[in-house]
Unconditional design. Structure first.
Length: 191
C-alpha cells in the first residue's frame, strides 16, 4: 500500500510542477524514477521514451503507466497514471471555470514567458541525457544525425512533414538493416 501511495504522490508532484508537456517531464521522470527511487534503469527509461513516443497518448502518461505497471502491475499503472493526470486536470478545470481570460492578466502572461524558457531548458536537458546514454555504435548515431538533419531542414524550409512520418521511416530503415544483417551474421558464423 505504501508503494502505491508513493507512486501516486511521485507522479502527482511531477504532473503538478512540470510545465511544457511530456518532453519537459522526461528529465524529471528520469531523475525521480531512475536516480532517486531506482524503480527503473537508464536503459529502461530510454526504451520507455522511444515506445511512449511511438504509441498513442502523451509521453509522460505512457511513462508513468509503465513505471507503475513495473512496480505494482495493473493497479500500480492505474495509480501512477491518475497521479500524473489529476493535478493538470484540476488546474485546467479551475482555470477554465474561474478565469475566462487568464492570459490577459499581465503578471500571468509574464510568468508564462519565463516558464517557456524553463521548458526549453528541461527539454534540452532530457535530450542531452538521452544522447549521453545512447549506444556508442555507428548505426544509432547515424540514425540520430540523419533524423536531426532532416528535422532541421524541415524547420528551416518550412516543409510540412509530420515527425511521425520521420519516426516511422527511421523504424522501417532500422528494421530493414536488422533483417539484412541477421542473415549475413548467420552466414558468417557458419564459415
Amino acid at each position: 500500500m505504501n508503494l502505491l501511495f508513493d507512486l501516486f504522490l511521485t507522479f502527482a508532484k511531477i504532473g503538478l510542477f512540470t510545465f511544457g508537456g511530456g518532453y519537459a517531464m522526461i528529465a524529471l521522470i528520469e531523475n525521480t524514477c531512475v536516480e532517486k527511487k531506482q524503480w527503473i534503469t537508464h536503459d529502461e527509461m530510454m526504451n520507455i521514451t522511444v515506445v511512449a513516443e511511438s504509441t498513442p497518448g502523451p509521453i509522460a502518461i505512457n511513462c508513468a503507466t509503465y513505471v507503475g505497471y513495473k512496480q505494482k502491475g495493473f493497479v500500480g499503472s492505474l495509480i501512477a497514471t491518475v497521479g500524473m493526470i489529476l493535478p493538470s486536470f484540476c488546474i485546467i478545470f479551475a482555470i477554465s471555470r474561474f478565469l475566462d481570460h487568464y492570459l490577459e492578466i499581465t503578471w500571468i502572461a509574464h510568468a508564462f514567458q519565463g516558464i517557456k524558457i524553463a521548458v526549453g531548458i528541461l527539454i534540452l536537458d532530457a535530450a542531452i541525457k538521452m544522447l549521453q546514454k545512447m549506444q556508442k555504435k555507428p548505426m544509432p548515431r547515424a540514425f540520430m544525425l540523419c533524423a536531426f538533419a532532416a528535422m532541421l531542414l524541415i524547420n528551416i524550409f518550412h516543409v510540412r512533414i509530420s515527425s511521425i512520418i520521420l519516426m516511422l521511416t527511421c523504424g522501417l530503415i532500422s528494421l530493414i538493416v536488422f533483417m539484412v544483417k541477421k542473415p549475413a551474421a548467420k552466414g558468417g558464423a557458419g564459415k
